[in-house]
Design a protein around this ligand. Structure first.
Ligand code: AOF
Ligand code: ZN
Length: 348
């Protein structure tokens, strides 16, 4: 086991975990992925760290190189190992290619988690190999994939990642028979909804919800508006009333009259929307689920019983039990008196 690759592997796996921790400091919303990078010296010491802070700002690799240069001088990365959560990019986007930045800095070895699925940006691994660097892919890949699943799904499917959220009584009712639905869940659950709105690029509701609830669709916290607001999107033909609170939203309202959700999502993707938070009501939520477009469900269950006809989801076309939509539950948490259940479609 005298091979240097073997002896540095545990340090690299630890550096990858650290890089992922750094990555998650960046914004979850937006057109770019969360990416983190740790630079290790030949002896395995951390000489630089960086993460991506949002579109247009330096990529994680460039930020880590700048950190290493600032701490140890301009030759600091010569012979170093770069440990990155995502394959370094190979394109001139809003910034320059990280593959070239790493080559130019004299980095000898690159270890990364997940291949870049972007058609224009991928290829950094190949370029660096061609330049004589050692490149190892797939380290910590499962953790990275899980952490940036929304962005990876969006880029692979060319549509935003879709989270469908609803709040219901324990018996799955979203409202009483007269349609009144406010305050089923408590304040902790509602605060969680606002944080999740803020992580999304857009929040989607049906016109029925606008007419029934007059929602603001902003992401709010104790101190008022949260720093990032999702764009409000309303589906359906009926008009949004002039006095609707939605008109006070800081971002312009996007309207789609069509029922073709693929077309809606394609148009939003074109507009750089990479994640949408679908907040209802039952018709819109079930349309996304029925179309197989719900990548994640976030369900808040309140300890109350309502009964009656207004279920959290409308028609799903499940005529026989064989057509039921099986889920995998990935999280169950108690928020105040309520339960939050996070689930995704079961692997088929
Ligand atoms: C990032 N941050 O740390 C890395 C990225 O057009 P740009 O310059 O903003 O490039 C965005 C793409 O670059 C992104 O979609 C991803 O494929 C790749 N890598 N992006 O925003 C980073 N390493
Ligand atoms: Zn890059």
């Amino acid at each position: 086991m005298s091979d240097t690759n073997d002896s540095t592997a545990p340090a690299e796996a630890a550096a990858l975990r650290r890089a992922l921790e750094l990555a998650l400091r960046g914004p979850r919303h937006g057109v770019n992925p969360q990416v983190g990078c740790v630079l290790l010296s030949a002896t395995g010491d951390v000489i630089g760290e960086g993460w991506h802070r949002g579109a247009g700002t330096p990529h994680a690799e460039v930020a880590a190189l700048a950190d290493a240069f600032a701490r140890h001088g301009s030759g600091a990365a010569r012979g170093a190992t770069a440990v990155v959560t995502l394959e370094p990019c190979d394109h001139h986007g809003r910034t320059g290619p990280c593959s070239l930045a790493l080559i130019d800095a004299g980095v000898a070895r690159v270890v990364y988690g997940v291949d870049d699925p972007g058609a224009a940006s991928s290829g950094g691994g190949e370029r660096m190999r061609g330049a004589g660097l050692e490149v190892v892919a797939g380290v910590g890949a499962a953790e990275v994939q899980e952490a940036i699943r929304p962005w990876l799904t969006a880029v692979r499917c060319h549509r935003p990642f879709v989270t469908v959220k609803w709040a219901s009584s324990l018996d799955g009712r979203a409202a009483a028979a007269d349609g009144s639905s406010r305050w089923i869940t408590g304040s902790e659950a509602r605060a969680d909804v606002h944080r999740r709105r803020s992580d999304a690029d857009a929040v989607v509701v049906g016109i029925g919800t606008v007419l029934a609830d007059d929602p603001e669709l902003t992401a709010r916290g104790e101190g008022g508006l949260l720093p990032h607001q999702p764009a409000p999107v309303v589906l359906g033909r009926r008009a949004v009333p002039d006095g609707a609170r939605l008109h006070e939203h800081p971002l312009p309202l996007r309207r789609f009259e069509e029922h073709d959700l693929d077309a809606v999502l394609a148009a939003l993707y074109e507009d750089e929307v990479r994640s949408v938070f679908v907040e209802g009501g039952p018709t819109v939520a079930s349309a996304f689920v029925a179309a197989g477009l719900a990548d994640e469900l976030v369900v808040y269950l309140a300890p109350t019983l309502i009964g009656g006809p207004v279920t959290a989801l409308g028609e799903l076309g499940v005529d026989g039990i064989g057509a039921q939509r099986r889920l995998t539950i990935t999280g169950v948490d108690r928020l105040g008196d309520d339960l939050r259940i996070v689930a995704r479609p079961a692997p088929s």
